[in-house]
Design a protein around this ligand. Structure first.
Ligand code: ATP
Ligand code: MG
Length: 257
């Protein structure tokens, strides 16, 4: 069965896109069929997958406004071996244009119905905001994957996100779960990071992935080459961490024997 995950955190720069690209490539490396959906006008997941966002005629923007079929818009990331529904700055207009359209929160969910059976995983890279685009992501998803940096304000932001998830659950998508919290850019020598990490463990228990993503220069360099970190340096700590995360997710998903 297809698992649809929204990668979301309204805080900017916490590693959502890095997680989207590298997790997509890691799942694909374990023979999973993966679609990565870029729901951010910044188009970072598109570029990071080796697709030039400036050359696109049609994007997720046209899908959300009903002007294109999602299947016709998707492109292949040859560097990552997964499919991408790309985005560029045009998507910023969708927020305003969607307001007057029927079922504006469920446009993405409806679009998925035509192709979700083709994939094992659909990952949605959400923008750093709790806006209508993110709500479309949350309505279309089975669960949310929350990347976060272990710093003081992270916990505060988390409660806003949990409130939003509760609202979406109450009004639009009752099945929405929290898939997991992912510690990103982790520096084990930092005492505050250790403290926040312990608090997360206390609050979220099993929902906190055991896999921790370290701060790693390969993860930061890879987007400028349009490849996931494993395409640049398979043995790097960053690439290995995302492979471990994919393994942890697949193990969790497997039925107990
Ligand atoms: P936004 O909210 O703007 O969409 P984001 O949450 O998607 O940001 P990323 O773009 O993935 O965050 O990461 C922010 C920056 O940190 C990028 O320059 C990225 O290359 C870098 N980065 C992400 N994860 C790591 C890591 N584990 N180690 C080193 N650098 C990282
Ligand atoms: Mg991003």
């Amino acid at each position: 069965m297809t698992r649809i995950l929204a990668i979301t955190n309204q805080k900017g720069g916490v590693g959502k896109t890095t997680t989207g690209v590298n997790l997509a490539a890691s799942l694909a490396a374990t023979k999973q069929r993966v679609l990565l959906v870029d729901l951010d006008p910044q188009g970072n997941a598109t570029m990071g997958s080796g697709i030039d966002k400036r050359s696109l005629k049609q994007t997720i923007y046209h899908v959300l406004l009903g002007e294109a079929e999602i299947g016709a818009v998707r492109v292949r990331s040859t560097s990552g071996n997964y499919d991408v529904v790309p985005a560029n700055r045009e998507l910023a207009g969708a927020e305003v244009e969607l307001v007057d359209i029927d079922h504006r929160e469920t446009r993405l969910k409806t679009a998925f119905a035509t192709l979700e059976h083709e994939y094992d995983f659909i990952l949605i890279d959400c923008p750093p905001a709790l806006n209508l685009l993110t709500v479309n992501g949350l309505c279309a998803a089975h669960a949310v994957l929350i990347p976060m940096q272990c710093e003081y304000y992270a916990l505060e932001g988390l409660s806003d996100l949990v409130q939003t998830i509760k609202k979406v659950r109450a009004n639009l998508n009752p099945q929405l779960q929290i898939e997991g919290l992912l510690r990103t850019m982790f520096d084990p020598r930092n005492t505050l990071a250790q403290q926040v990490s312990a608090q997360l463990q206390q609050h979220f228990g099993d929902k906190l992935y055991r896999t921790v993503i370290p701060r790693n220069v390969r993860l930061a360099e890879a987007p400028s080459h349009g490849v996931p970190a494993m395409g640049l340096d398979q043995g790097s700590k960053g690439a290995q961490a995302y492979l471990a995360l994919a393994g942890e997710m697949l193990n969790r998903a497997a039925p107990a024997v």
